[in-house]
Ligand binder design. Sequence first.
Ligand code: ATP
Ligand code: MG
Length: 439
Amino acid sequence: MSQTLKAVRGTRDLLPPETELWNRIEATARSVFARYHFGEIRTPIFEDTGLFARGVGAETDIVSKEMYTWEDRARAQSEKPQSLTLRPENTAGVVRAYIEHKLGESGQLQKLYYIGPQFRRERPQKGRYRQFFQIGAEVIGPQSSGSESPLRDAEVLEMLATLLDELGITGWTLQINSVGSSADRERYNAALREALIPVKEKMCADCQRRAELNPLRVLDCKVPEDQPIIETLPKIVDSLDQESKDHFAAVITALDAAGVPYTRNHRLVRGLDYYTRTTFEFTHGGLGAQNALLGGGRYDGLSENIGGPKAPGIGFAMGLDRLVLTLQAQEADQKSASPQGIDGYIAPMGNAKDAEKLAAINAAGLALARELRRAGLRIELGEGSFRLKKSFEAADKCARRIVILGEDELASGILTVKDFSTSVQTKVPRAELAEFLRN
Ligand code: ATP
Ligand code: MG
């Protein structure tokens, strides 16, 4: 026997009924985005590797060790093979499309959202997969469109609070910080490097390396022994220039006015290189180690980094897999996870020994199912060779009611319907059946 093939490590199949929850989350997100005047963008799943090197940052964990990259065969001898990469995130692709389609030339603020798979070679664990799904959005435009305004930051955060509330996620926390302009960050990195000199030998190997290359990343360290040392390091707010300070203060004022709760976290620096000024994360206690539901921030220099015009922007990406985990845990808590069920199960009742009659009753079943489904009802169609008991068992697993379609019912046009919740049996004329099942 040949070896059984399985889904690749870190990827998984999503099956019903779980996919219903996925669809519900996506539909809620689409509805919220529409109310905030966002339009959907769909970019390719693979891009030129250079996009991510420049758009996400060659030094980041994502680009340096997590990407699925391959060399595409050249079609002609004269062609150079192109290095391609499965997208590890979607912001770089959206900004590439913004540049490629000259979306900034309209002078309008562009508000775009996406829903789709992303790929990172990480160690798979709960809430962390190699193919995972993100719902994200970007607000981007030329400076004249107001894209740099702190109001945009606050509006995105307020929208996210609304979205999580509408999804029914309780107990989320918004953590917010400012990482300043790139000049602010240079100043801060210098201050950190200085402050790390006397303490870094006591820190973990990763931190010792970060202290040289990218001191900011020391703030991300999760090693418990390092935490007291990190607490003594300078804070980034003290390195912000007046403009960055004003921007952050304006975001906070607008959040207060809108009544969106938040916590300031001066260590929140995020894993992507392109962020400037506002950075944020929404976390949830129920997720364990992978506690970030979503992350995002402002990226005023990203478009220029990948060869485009100046186009300040702000965006976020939320982990759909983690939203599902959170909602599943909540629903298990509330014990309300009972499947909704379908409207009716049609049970054609034939004589298994008479192939011709069986075929006729099954055909009549399909015709009836078609009629009801076209009337908007959710219908399962059984099999005429089943015994009555087997039909009832199958129906009880998925439907509120069973509709019996035997030879008598077919001849008279009056069907027998049994309601599982009340055990009441009713005779219903075929013309009234759709209406009956709807109620
Ligand atoms: P984390 O700290 O959890 O690795 P990150 O900073 O790498 O997150 P982003 O790149 O900002 O995350 O992605 C935004 C969101 O996408 C995360 O908050 C998370 O919900 C989700 N996410 C990121 N990586 C994965 C993954 N490998 N599997 C599932 N969800 C993920
Ligand atoms: Mg990560």
